[in-house]
Ligand binder design. Structure first.
Ligand code: AHR
Length: 670
């Protein structure tokens, strides 16, 4: 049968090319998929949260990444106060009479008497201050003048342009008064710059400067304390169901002191105290001594982000354990008593109030003051990240008791530790069930062989126990630590098992999410970026294809007369099926991990009288090179291809599927 092509439909996504229909049935071995279409909504409902996002400030994902601030160490709070800055003339770091008590350091600039010298400071940005010609940037600073009046000149520069520094944009601020005040300037560079600098010169009497900030005006939704537009767009384009934040290990911190404390991440940004980033020194070969958390992207911004991209927020808070990989003796942790854990438990209760509480409450009031009187409708909270041993349940129980008592409506996410199997995993799952956790977070960064073997992982999970949150996972190629196509294919194969088990898997998030090409500590990652561009990996597209085609109900699928096995035994095909009640479409996903082409017929068994196939689309993700990778310079090496095909009548389609390819077939009936 020759299938005429239609034009691209709503299925087409950014970066997806429309190709001609090539529906043929020749060549390759024959397979029959039979899908029970008799009662399309009889299957398990697919949780709306199913495919989501895991955000952690690793690989410069926040400062230097999603958070659009361009000045590094803007508050002079890094342990070496001028880290990220160069000073010339009379510059001193001081703390007397600070502008912001929780960020007390600031710089004092005194004039120099030399006729050809000038006092000034220059910031290197995050891997450069990168700016685009003709775009507007908002500079701001808190300042006071020792003698009541002075002047500063602010410049965006390109130090490398034609062998000498070029000033690309410049503006003056007259500093008036001996009290701290905020000054804002607009800068529009006259040329592009990647490795630029921001500099401030003193023209006049002494001044004090603090919280020196530079943002593009064109942030996501134009917010002043905003996020990078292209990066948020990439998140929104996934149509995620859930956003987990703020990590990962940074929830725990290197030690308790450096754990992520959400209360420090809300309120005026200038007064959010700097925190160490646990990821600055993990691997000796990737040592970033200047990696800190400004908390400019804090919990308020995370909640807003989840709201913007229309998904459920899932905050994870400390359970009173420091990162057990780094510090794991009893003294490193909060003692396992209710009394000692009280402040940590209170943090959880207060967070729920911050998200959902009345505006007359303390924390709900702060949310309103920050600009969001409506509640954020928080439904989930995670307690603890990759914790293990009795340390974890010994503490978690007090949290569960307190949260259940005050907020029975909130679902609690516990953890099964860092391993996808083994003694800790075996120990922790029953412990979580005993404590009544609603979901259990599982992590698996594993090689190809693991992903090939785990497509049926959830088939045998207890349907009466806690639900699964596959909270961190990615195929880490054995010896191939980058986002190669094969890894994404095996992730897709594995994910068919998540989908078939949507009655027990409530959410799943690939990890990590972001990485700066000049500042990564961990890979693979889902989205890579430099200061100007970003690239979606093949793994990104797999996540997107599952999410866009998640459907509303699981559908039962058999292959060659047998239930789908969820492993490579069935001719190297992994598969799952769902029904989408909003669209009247059945969706079959299959990853052909074999080296052979297959001819597959998909039959919709038991279609109600009067219903027939009207049209279908075939979306495929493939590369002839299993090692292929999307890069900033070649972002479309591996992108989905969509064919839209009309078929009038019948209850089956027949297709040739190629080796090493992931397919989504969307079959509309009517
Ligand atoms: O995603 C990177 C790290 O992997 C996370 O911080 C941690 O939870 C896991 O070990």
């Amino acid at each position: 049968m020759k299938l005429p092509c239609l034009k691209s439909s709503a299925l087409a996504v950014a970066g997806v090319a429309l190709v001609g229909c090539a529906g043929g049935e020749q060549g390759g071995s024959q397979r029959v998929f039979e899908l029970d279409a008799s009662d399309p909504i009889a299957g398990a409902p697919i949780p709306a949260t199913m495919y989501g996002l895991f955000f952690e400030d690793i690989n410069y994902a926040a400062d230097g990444g999603l958070y659009a601030e361009m000045v590094k160490n803007r508050s002079f709070e890094f342990p070496q106060s001028l880290m990220g800055w160069e000073a010339s003339g009379n510059v001193e770091v001081r703390t007397a009479g600070p502008a912001f008590p929780r960020n007390p350091h600031y710089v004092h600039l005194e004039p120099v008497s030399h006729p050809h010298k000038r006092t000034g400071i220059q910031n290197e940005g995050f891997f450069g201050v990168s700016a685009q010609k003709g775009k507007e940037y908002r500079f701001s600073v808190f300042a006071r003048a020792s003698k009541g009046q002075s002047k500063i000149t602010v410049e965006m520069t390109d130090p490398a342009s034609m062998g000498e520094t070029q000033v690309l944009a410049s503006a003056d601020a007259v500093i008036e008064g001996k009290e701290w005040k905020k000054y804002t300037l607009s800068l529009t560079p006259e040329a592009d710059v990647v490795k630029g600098k921001l500099r401030i010169f003193l023209y006049g009497d002494a001044v004090d400067l603090d919280h020196v900030s530079l943002f593009p005006v064109d942030t996501w939704k134009g917010r002043e304390n905003g996020l990078r537009k292209d990066l948020v767009q990439a998140l929104a384009d996934i149509h995620p169901g859930v956003l987990r934040f703020p990590g990962g290990c940074i929830v725990e911190g290197t030690d308790l002191q450096s754990r992520y404390q959400w209360k420090n991440s809300v309120g005026p940004v200038e007064n959010r105290p700097l925190n160490e980033n646990r990821w600055h020194y993990t691997f000796p070969h990737r040592f970033f001594p200047d990696y800190y958390q400004s908390y400019g992207l804090g919990f308020y911004e995370f909640f807003l982000l989840a709201e913007d991209i229309k998904c459920e927020p899932l905050p994870i808070l400390s359970v009173g354990l420091a990162c057990q990989f780094q510090n794991n003796d009893e003294n490193a942790h909060v003692p396992a008593t209710e009394k000692d854990l009280k402040p940590y438990i209170q943090d959880c209760l207060d967070l729920i109030e911050f998200a959902n509480g009345d505006t007359l409450s303390k924390w709900g009031g702060l949310r309103a003051q920050m600009g969001h009187p409506e509640p954020f409708d928080l439904k989930y909270i995670g307690i603890g990240n990759e914790q293990w041993d009795h340390f974890y349940p010994d503490r978690l129980k007090f949290f569960v008791e307190a949260i259940r008592k005050a907020h029975p409506e909130i679902k609690i996410v516990g953890s099964s530790g860092p391993d996808s199997e083994g003694p800790q995993f075996e120990y922790l799952w029953p412990e979580m069930a005993k404590l009544g956790a609603d979901l259990v977070d599982e992590h698996f960064y594993r090689p190809e062989s693991w992903f090939l073997a785990q497509g049926n992982r959830y088939d045998s999970y207890d349907r009466k126990g806690p639900k699964v949150f596959a909270g961190e996972y990615a195929c880490h190629g054995a010896g191939k630590k980058w986002n190669h196509f094969e890894a994404s294919l095996l992730e897709a194969a594995f994910m068919t098992g998540l989908e078939r088990n949507a009655d027990v898997v409530e959410m799943a998030t690939y990890a990590p999410l972001f990485a700066h090409v000049e500042g990564w500590q961990w890979r693979p990652d889902m989205i890579w970026f430099d200061n100007v561009r970003s690239v979606r990996t093949a793994s990104y597209y797999v996540q997107q294809l599952f999410s866009h085609n998640k459907g509303t109900h699981t559908a039962s699928l058999i292959m060659d007369g047998k239930p789908i096995a969820g492993n490579a035994d069935q001719a190297g095909l992994f598969a799952s099926a769902v029904y989408d009640s909003q669209d009247g479409a059945f969706v079959v996903k299959t990853a052909n991990v074999s080296d052979t082409a297959q001819v597959v017929s998909i039959a919709l068994r038991g279609l109600k009288p009067g219903l027939q196939i009207k049209s279908y689309s075939v979306t495929s993700l493939h590369s002839d090179d299993l090692d292929a990778d999307n890069t900033l310079d070649n972002p479309d090496a591996v992108v989905p291809q969509v064919k839209e095909c009309r078929q009038v009548g019948g209850d089956a389609i027949s297709l040739r599927i190629e080796p090493k390819t992931f397919y989504v077939f969307r079959i509309k009936v009517g």
